[in-house]
Design a protein around this ligand. Structure first.
Ligand code: PMP
Length: 358
């Protein structure tokens, strides 16, 4: 049964690597820009980089995650026993699936949701139930109606990837409250730090009220550490304990732990990354407007826009050394997703796009 389920999994399609495009075009890697995986164009905090360099001396030892958990507990206003560390937040998504799903159990998520939800669900033999979206955003009443007796997880990303859409917090909280307590709501906040202050609510407060809520966050996005692979979950102590039982010992390496601690302390870099993204979003939106292209209102670090021939436009962008993300795998065949880059990268993308849609 499990094997037949695994054969049905569509493999995860990562953004096309820079080296591959450079090789295809016969160009140096420096001439290619990748705006395909929602990475931070500034890289990581210089303080995190220094901490990682220092941590190299300790690599003969197994990792000790005590300090990062203490730092995250303080940062998020929770106890250390409510934290589960992961090798990227994808890792904690899998841990949640391992604990709560099995053959005969199901997970609900929206159409156009993050591709790892079906992978994590089917990887442990669970069944996927996709709820219809509304204007490409999660439709909470449709998701609530999709929950069955055998449902044990509801996956929600806020803001969502690949649409950038955002759910108002009052509606989200009412949705969580409406679910049976044996259904875990996974609130994936990979893009949380990109939300404008007016939209940001401290969802960790909800953990005091809801034992069936798990919040996931990552150092891959605004912290600019996607290649280090570190993320985490915040949950009730009881749920965190279950997840930690199935977690591999030492799933996060010494460099990632040291880098994450330093990154948390560098508020200045975070603010700088936020500002760059706000300005870049305006630049990209204005450029898309000027080209007469429709795009979804995005609350994250990417813009998802509509073109008549997405596969062709994607190819013509690649020919110009610009990598964006096609969304056919997300049932958005006429759409492309571009990560907000530096001002120069955004300008080059818009110029290439103007040529590609001619
Ligand atoms: N959730 C969402 C919604 C994402 O877009 C991503 C990254 N593409 C992740 C989780 C996973 O990121 P990571 O494993 O690098 O933390």
């Amino acid at each position: 049964h499990a094997l037949s389920n695994i054969k049905k999994i569509a493999p995860y399609q990562p953004g096309k690597p820079i080296t591959e495009v450079a090789r295809e075009l016969g160009l140096p890697v420096e001439s290619i820009i990748k705006l395909a995986s929602n990475e931070n164009p500034l890289g990581m905090s210089p303080k995190a980089r220094a901490a990682i360099q220092d941590a190299i001396d300790g690599l003969a030892r197994y990792p000790d995650d005590f300090e990062l958990k203490a730092a995250l507990a303080k940062h998020n206003g929770v106890d250390a026993n409510q934290i589960v560390l992961g090798n990227g937040s994808n890792d904690v998504l899998e841990l949640i699936a391992q604990v709560f799903l099995a053959p005969g159990r199901s997970a609900v998520f929206s159409a156009h949701a993050f591709a790892v939800y079906p992978l994590a669900t089917m990887g442990v033999g669970g069944e996927c139930i996709a709820a219809a979206a509304k204007d490409f955003a999660h439709d909470l009443p449709a998701m609530r109606a999709a929950v069955r007796d055998d449902t044990r997880i509801v996956w929600i990303a806020n803001p969502n990837n690949p649409t950038g859409t955002f759910l108002p917090y009052d509606e989200l909280k009412a949705f969580i409250a409406s679910l049976p307590r044996d259904v875990i709501v996974v609130l994936d906040e990979a893009y949380n730090e990109y939300l404008a202050p007016a939209h940001r609510v401290d969802t960790t407060e909800w953990l005091k009220e809801f034992d069936h809520l798990v919040i996931t966050r990552t150092f891959s996005k605004i912290y600019g550490m996607a290649g280090l692979r570190i993320g985490y979950a915040l949950a009730s102590a009881a749920v965190a304990d279950l997840m930690n039982r199935v977690r591999q010992p030492f799933n996060c390496n010494n460099l990632a732990l040291a880098g994450a601690i330093a990154a948390l302390e560098d508020a200045e870099f975070l603010a700088q990354s936020f500002e760059l993204n706000q300005a870049g979003m305006q630049q990209i939106n204005a450029g898309l407007d000027a080209l007469g292209l429709k795009y979804l209102p995005s609350h994250a670090n990417f813009a998802t826009f509509h073109v008549a021939d997405a596969a062709g436009v994607n190819q013509r962008l690649l020919k110009q050394g610009v990598i964006v993300r096609p969304l056919a795998g997300y049932a958005m065949h006429d759409w492309l997703r571009v990560t907000i880059g530096t001002q120069a990268e955004n300008a080059r993308f818009l110029e290439a796009l103007a040529t590609a849609i001619k």
